[in-house]
Design a protein around this ligand. Sequence first.
Ligand code: CA
Ligand code: CA
Length: 284
Amino acid sequence: MSRFLKQSVLLTAVVGLLLVLTLMATGTAQATLIAYDGFSGYTDGNLNGQGQGTGWYDNWATGGAGTTTVTSAEGLTYDPLLTQQGLGTATVGGSSEANAIRFTNTSMSSGTVYFSQLVQLRELPAGGGPIMVQLVGQAGSDRGIALHVGWVTTPPNLIWRVNVNDGSGSTAASTGITSTLDTTFLVGRIDFDADGGNDKVSFYVNPDLDVEPATADAVVTNRNIGAMNGYRICVTQANHSMKVDEIRIGTTWADVTPIPEPGTLALLATGLIGLLCYAWRKRK
Ligand SMILES: [Ca+2]
Ligand SMILES: [Ca+2]
């Protein structure tokens, strides 16, 4: 075999191997994600009846007298979180409510479950009910884990807090972190009790992506929640709206805090440069 032919065979093998490794890496990153919606691929306008992403049992169903819309012209970002263009916005007109709910293919009732999302309040609430995103456990119900904006004591001390409703009552825990009009990355974690007892719910506001913080910003440990099988956006504050994006439900911290994979082209370029160096050294 000529040297040129040998190098061609080697080149083909290396490029093929890089492609396989790239595909494997991409597949691994998504393999354990229970559900994802980055609001890409939707038709602009009313979110009701539409559905994209992965891991969902049905499409979005909107409720309340307000509206929930989707737009492809925007997208919330939280560097370096992996994101898609497009986002959803729940808007309350007057004093009513706007909500949107979607169920998952997977029912979650054991082990550890994480859910993350980007949210942006469009106005700071002046009073009234909560503005929230939540994992829910019953069709048509808002019972479940709610991550929402609420009062500390008196206005305008708005804070992020977690609220857990298990059907017999609810417990709220404050993060002490003031809510702003900036894009905020919220992560919820549920540790289901293996013996059917009370479950632990942890809440993180704007955490680092690479490693789960050792201490959560708020924790609730005295509620016994059932199976979670849905996700809900809800604004009950008069004349307010909230943007929601990059909804992820998974079983590990890494599932719900992904950063972009090294690009295929970057990997190929690295491989080719290495190969050229090898060929050059062989010639000498
Ligand atoms: Ca998006
Ligand atoms: Ca339990």
